[in-house]
Every structure is written in structure tokens, then in C-alpha cells.
Design a protein around this ligand. Structure first.
Ligand code: GTP
Ligand code: MG
Length: 462
């Protein structure tokens, strides 16, 4: 059922001079407005005759004045993005022009849409659920292939299906317990706790599995914050340049060349890295360099991954040892650079400072050696070996994560109540909580304010 709303309009393309500027209108009045302000070239159309999924060429007119020559797309309810009548004016993309057309549409009875309001209507009219609506925003914001692929899967209902299926199973059990408690003569709960136990365990592991995809999902969508550290001259900037495939950072043989942090994005075999080159960490009296060293330390703190570069030709120095100490708690990889200058390296000495599962590779940033192994190791460290393209969905939304954590906690309580031999009505409370937490993800049992808050983060015209 489509709810009744007023008619909204917005400019749906970026407001800058461009080839095309699109004004989108949705609601019951959309076709009337079209009748009033648009004269189709083909006289067979107009006067209420606007078949859906057709394109009409003609003029936008304001009191007999031609405002623009454009094409119009009509999508009729319920076969549209919002499930309402939708009209899109594809005008020439001038800034003044699109505002002029928008104001004409508003003058004829539409209201300016709020950010995300078209998608909100798609949600309120039941075409998509909340997790799908959120994925629309993720798709628009996606900066790499992995994140795009994940968002599209979620729009197609990947997450919704799982959540809905689980909710269905849970509500069935709630109903069963309630009816048995109401009608003990006809429905027996004999052996039921064991039966429920056998169901709760796989539910918990399904939820756990979704939760465990969150970190991978975040890395894929936002990029892995990767900080390159090492003492001066180790080859940090050379390594950054190698990853980027361009001479982005200044490289010289002067120790202390890089003084400020420098951040770039790069995708290596599908792995998005936000990579940060830092000043070489050492004791220094130079005022500028000192600030750089402090910045490097801060970057270590916020990094998901630290790449620690050592200079093979120089061996392990006191400065390196200090750095090992600073990155002790971090997920890290040791890169022995300048392998072209030296083959052997005192590995035993290194082992005294670095725990044994820290990967340690030899590379040459200058001569592009060792990169295959580096990439392989990166995948292993950050994605358990591969980026699983078959993984149907990564959890990427913090709101969904929180709801799933609550679901897991409630299901854990059910499990514990069964183990403790509690009476059946105990189970229903926690099952109901799990059911509701899952409902937050798809947008059921969610308060209006929160829904408004979520959509307000969208761009206008979407
Ligand atoms: N032979 C050889 N030289 C290298 C290699 N990598 C870097 N270098 C040289 O080492 C010197 C320092 O390289 P940078 O990349 O500037 O080192 P950095 O760690 O960024 O140094 P700072 O910014 O001063 O901390 C330069 O002369 C590079 O050409 C390598 O793999 N082999
Ligand atoms: Mg440098």
C-alpha cells in the first residue's frame, strides 16, 4: 500500500554547469505539474496521457515562455523508485537553469524535498527496507570495487533476507511457547527446551558469522589505515611511491627528508589502503622534524596496520629498537628494504624484538622486488588469505553491528536459560528482544526520529 504524501521535488544532479541537470519530482501531483509546465513535441501525449517508462521530448514552459528544451522520463506508481508517480526532467545542466526549472515545479505545487526523501519514501512505501535504503547511500559513497559490490548486494536484499528469515524462525518459536502456555492441555512443552536449544545454537553462529565480517567489511569500504614507519632513510617514501606507481613523495639520501605525514589511497589487488608516509622516527633537535616525528607517533596509534621498514644495509640500529617498542601492540609487517644491497640479515637478532607471527619480508623499494609476497601477506593478514568475493555480504554499518550484538546477547540469554532449566516463559522475553533487535536493521520497530536521522545523511535528490 502506498501511503499518501505531498509531492516533492529536488535537483538530483550536482549543481554545477554540466551536460545535463536533472530535476526529480515524486508524488500524486507529479503528472499534473508535468501537464502544466511541459509541452511534448509529439501531440499524441500530454493532457494526462503520460504512459510510464517512456521518454518525452519537448519544452518546459512558464506562462508561454520557453524555459528549456528537455526530455522527460515518466515512471508511474507503483513502478518507480518511490512507488509514487515520478517525473524526471532532463534539462541542460546550467546552474541558473536547473534552479529556474525547480522553482517552476515548486510554484506549481511541489515542495522542496529534504535530503534522502525520495529513498525514504521508497522505504515508507515498502519497496525497500531500511538496510537496503542505507546501502543506497553506501553505494553512492563507495570509493572502490569491493565496497560497490557489497552495497549492491545489500540493495538487492542480501542482508534483509537473512535478517527476515531469522526473525521468522524466532517469532514462530515465541508463538509456539505462548500458545502452549495458554493452552497446556493441547500443546505440550515436553522436551521443548531441548528442541529450542538445537535451534538457538545455529542462530547464534549465524549472527556471529555476520558480526565477524564487520572488520573485513570496514577495511573494504573505508580502506585499511596503513602507516609506513621506520628510521630516517630506511626507504619509507620509496615504498610509498612504489605502491602508488608514481613519484608522490620526495626521496633523497638525506636522512630526515620527509617531515610531514602524507596520505594517499591505493588499491592493491582489490585491497584498498589508505597509506600514510611518515617522518623517520629518531631523536632530533630540529624543530620541524620533531613535529613530524610526533605526527608519525600519532599515526601509529590510529593505524589498522603498520609497515615497519628496516634498512638491510644498515642492520638493526638503536632507533629501530625504539620503533619496535612503539609498534609492539599493533598489527604489523616488517619489511627489510634494500635487499639489492645485501642478502643476509641478522634474523636471530630481529626475533628478539618481534614476536614470531609477525610477517617479515625482504623487499627492494628502489628496484621493485618482493611485491608479490607483500601482497600475498597483506591478504593473509587482513582478510584471512583472500578477499572472499563469494562472501555474500560484509557487514559494514555500525548500526547493524550494534543491533546484531544485541541479538547475539539476547540469544545467549535464551541459551543460558535453557541450560539452567528455567521455565519456558523466560525464553520468550529474550527471544522477543532478539526479534526486536533484528527488526532495527530492516527498519521495523524503529522510532520515527531515528529513521529521520538516518535519511538526513543522504544527499538531496536521492
Ligand atoms: N639501493 C637501494 N636504495 C634504496 C632502496 N629504497 C630506498 N633507497 C634509497 O634510500 C634513500 C632514502 O630513501 P627514502 O625513500 O627517502 O627514505 P625514507 O625512509 O623516506 O627517509 P626519510 O623521509 O628521510 O625518513 C634514497 O636515496 C633512496 O633512493 C632500495 O630498495 N635499494
Ligand atoms: Mg621519506
Amino acid at each position: 500500500m502506498v501511503r499518501e504524501f505531498d509531492t516533492i521535488a529536488a535537483i538530483a544532479t550536482p549543481v554545477s554547469n554540466a551536460g545535463i541537470g536533472k530535476i526529480r519530482v515524486s508524488g500524486e501531483e507529479a503528472l499534473r505539474i508535468l501537464d502544466e509546465i511541459f509541452r511534448p513535441h509529439n501531440p499524441a501525449y500530454g493532457q494526462g496521457n503520460w504512459p510510464g517508462y517512456k521518454i518525452f521530448y519537448g519544452n518546459i514552459v512558464d506562462d508561454g515562455d520557453v524555459v528549456d528544451e528537455c526530455i522527460v522520463l515518466v515512471m508511474r506508481a507503483p513502478h518507480s523508485y518511490t512507488r509514487e508517480d515520478v517525473v524526471e526532467f532532463d534539462c541542460h545542466g546550467g546552474v541558473h537553469l536547473v534552479y529556474r526549472v525547480l522553482s517552476l515545479v515548486l510554484r506549481h505545487g511541489a515542495r522542496a524535498a529534504e535530503p534522502g526523501e525520495f529513498t525514504k519514501r521508497a522505504f515508507l512505501n515498502g519497496r525497500i527496507d531500511l538496510s537496503q535504503a542505507e546501502a543506497v547511500m553506501d553505494l553512492i559513497e563507495s570509493r572502490n570495487e569491493a565496497s560497490r559490490r557489497n552495497s549492491i548486494r545489500q540493495i538487492k536484499g542480501g542482508l534483509s533476507e537473512k535478517i527476515t528469515a531469522l526473525r521468522k524462525e524466532i517469532i514462530y518459536q515465541i508463538a509456539y511457547i505462548e500458545s502452549a502456555l495458554d493452552d497446556p492441555e493441547h500443546i505440550s512443552l515436553e522436551g521443548y527446551p531441548e528442541d529450542l536449544y538445537g535451534r538457538v545454537l545455529p542462530w547464534i553462529s549465524t549472527v556471529e558469522k555476520m558480526l565477524s565480517s564487520y572488520d573485513d567489511g570496514r577495511f573494504l569500504t573505508e580502506g585499511i589505515r596503513t602507516c609506513i614507519v621506520g628510521r630516517p632513510n630506511a626507504g619509507k617514501s620509496s615504498f610509498l611511491n612504489l605502491l602508488l606507481g608514481e613519484e608522490r613523495a620526495i626521496v633523497t639520501d638525506v636522512a630526515g627528508t620527509t617531515r610531514d605525514t602524507l596520505e594517499e589511497c591505493v588499491t592493491i589487488e582489490g585491497i584498498p589502503l589508505n597509506i600514510i608516509d611518515t617522518a623517520g622516527i629518531r631523536q632530533t633537535e630540529d624543530k620541524v622534524e620533531k613535529i613530524g616525528v610526533e605526527k608519525a607517533r600519532k599515526e601509529i596509534e590510529s593505524a589498522d596496520l603498520v609497515l615497519c621498514i628496516l634498512d638491510m644495509a644498515e642492520g638493526i640500529s638503536q632507533e629501530d629498537i625504539h620503533i619496535f617498542d612503539e609498534i609492539k601492540e599493533k598489527k604489523k609487517m616488517i619489511l627489510l628494504n634494500k635487499s639489492d644491497l645485501r642478502e643476509d640479515f641478522p634474523m636471530e637478532e630481529l626475533e628478539a624484538y618481534i614476536d614470531e607471527d609477525t610477517p617479515c619480508l625482504t623487499i627492494s623499494a628502489k628496484y621493485n622486488q618482493g611485491m608479490d609476497l607483500f601482497t600475498k601477506e597483506l591478504k593473509k593478514m587482513m582478510f584471512h588469505g583472500t578477499i572472499d568475493e563469494a562472501q555474500d555480504l560484509y557487514l559494514t554499518n555500525a548500526r547493524h553491528k550494534k543491533a546484531l550484538e544485541d541479538t547475539r546477547d539476547s540469544l545467549d540469554m535464551v541459551k543460558r536459560s535453557i541450560e539452567d532449566g528455567m521455565p519456558e516463559d523466560f525464553f520468550t522475553i529474550d527471544l522477543m528482544n532478539a526479534y526486536e533487535s533484528l527488526g532495527f536493521i530492516v527498519g521495523e520497530s524503529l522510532e520515527e526520529d531515528l529513521v529521520n536521522e538516518i535519511f538526513s545523511r543522504f544527499c538531496t535528490g536521492k
